[in-house]
Design a protein around this ligand. Structure first.
Ligand code: DX5
Ligand code: ZN
Length: 215
């Protein structure tokens, strides 16, 4: 199985994103957490930042929208040049229409579920999505503890994906002590913030995580 490691710049130096991304050449994509202070209590950055990062990053961008009304805003992130745009099921009025709009704008479309959200209703139309993100913490902040009881949901998504080219992403508390558990449950795309940018050598951390997930 292909393993993708996506460092989250939520744990990087906010004054130096371009040089922070240059420190992780072994990563597959850069995970960008857009938070609006409404869907989640925290506030990070928005479209102008993602537009600029798409211009300067050597790695493709995986945008995780933790915002209200993604139906309105998500396609703009695809137009900005994001590789993947993932929005939350809890916030979307029309998930399928929004996923189609993301794809029409040239990006892969992802749908995310919080720990307490049932993923089953979205698995019935899984062909509309290119990525399913199973949150393994409550969205909003980095550095929280991995919720291992979400592995049943990861297995449920893995079974629904079958042979489709749909990435199964986990986000929250992923590190050297948890990534193998998530991989064993069927995840193939791993977001890690503090476990990468909290290290002296973030690229070595990426390589170690990849080895642990692949073992
Ligand atoms: C949390 C964000 C995560 C965050 C993960 O809401 O979606 O992407 O950066 O941080 P860690 O890996 O430190 O749990
Ligand atoms: Zn995230």
């Amino acid at each position: 199985m292909v393993v993708r490691i996506e460092p989250s710049i939520l744990s990087a130096d906010f004054a130096s994103f371009a040089s922070e991304i240059a420190r992780i050449p072994s990563a597959d994509l850069v995970h960008c957490d857009v938070m609006d202070g409404h869907f989640v209590p925290n506030l990070t950055f928005g479209l102008p930042m993602v537009q600029r990062l798409a211009q300067v990053s050597a790695l493709p961008l995986d945008v995780h929208l933790m915002i209200d009304d993604p139906d309105r805003w998500a396609p703009g992130y695809a137009e900005a040049g994001a590789h993947t745009v993932t929005f939350h099921a809890e916030a979307a009025a029309s998930p399928i229409a929004t996923a189609r709009a993301i794809r029409a704008a040239g990006a892969r479309a992802g749908i995310a579920v919080k720990p307490s959200t049932d993923v089953a209703p979205y698995l019935a139309t899984i062909g509309e999505f290119d990525q399913v993100l199973v949150m393994t913490v409550e969205p909003g902040f980095g550095g929280q503890s991995f919720m291992a009881d979400l592995m049943a949901k990861v297995r449920e998504v893995r079974a629904a994906i079958g042979g489709r080219d749909v990435w199964l992403q986990v986000d929250g508390g992923i590190g050297a002590d948890t990534i193998a558990t998530a991989a064993a449950a069927g995840a193939d795309t791993f977001v890690a913030g503090s476990a990468v940018f909290g290290r002296d050598d973030p690229d070595a951390a990426v390589q170690r995580l990849r080895a642990l997930a692949s073992a």
